[in-house]
Design a protein around this ligand. Structure first.
Ligand SMILES: [Zn+2]
Length: 126
């Protein structure tokens, strides 16, 4: 998480995201000092110390990764390059030279895709 700086006027307490030479509220010069940002979002930790402890390095083997839902494209090679199928909600760009078979592959996919719902095939040229 990126630390967000905040500047507060020593004179009136006005807050700004960046340092200003003169306070727009009370017109005092050189009154801004860097202060701890207030995190207004509910559920977020307000303590700086707690936020730091959430970023302690852990061994990669202890990280639990949830498997996302994937749909079988019914094309073994395509499933393989997509990491095991088409991930739900994913946008995938199919690129290649003209005549390489992109449209053929996508029509085959549209026909054989093992997923609920219907297929919308949209094609364009430039
Ligand atoms: Zn002020």
């Amino acid at each position: 998480m990126k630390a967000i700086k905040q500047f507060t006027c020593k004179s009136c307490g006005h807050k700004e995201a960046k340092w200003l030479g003169r306070c727009p509220e009370c017109n005092t010069w050189n009154s801004f000092v860097e202060s701890e940002p207030e995190i207004a979002e509910p559920g977020r930790r307000s303590s700086h110390r707690k936020a730091e402890s959430e970023h302690i390095p852990v061994p990669i083997t202890s990280i639990h990764v949830e498997e996302e839902q994937r749909y079988d494209s019914a094309i073994e090679e395509l499933n393989r390059v997509l990491g095991g199928g088409i991930m739900k909600g994913a946008s995938i760009l199919i690129g290649g030279e003209p005549g390489i078979g992109k449209s053929t592959l996508m029509l085959k996919l549209a026909h054989e895709l093992k997923a609920p719902g219907r297929v919308l095939y949209v094609s364009g040229e430039s």
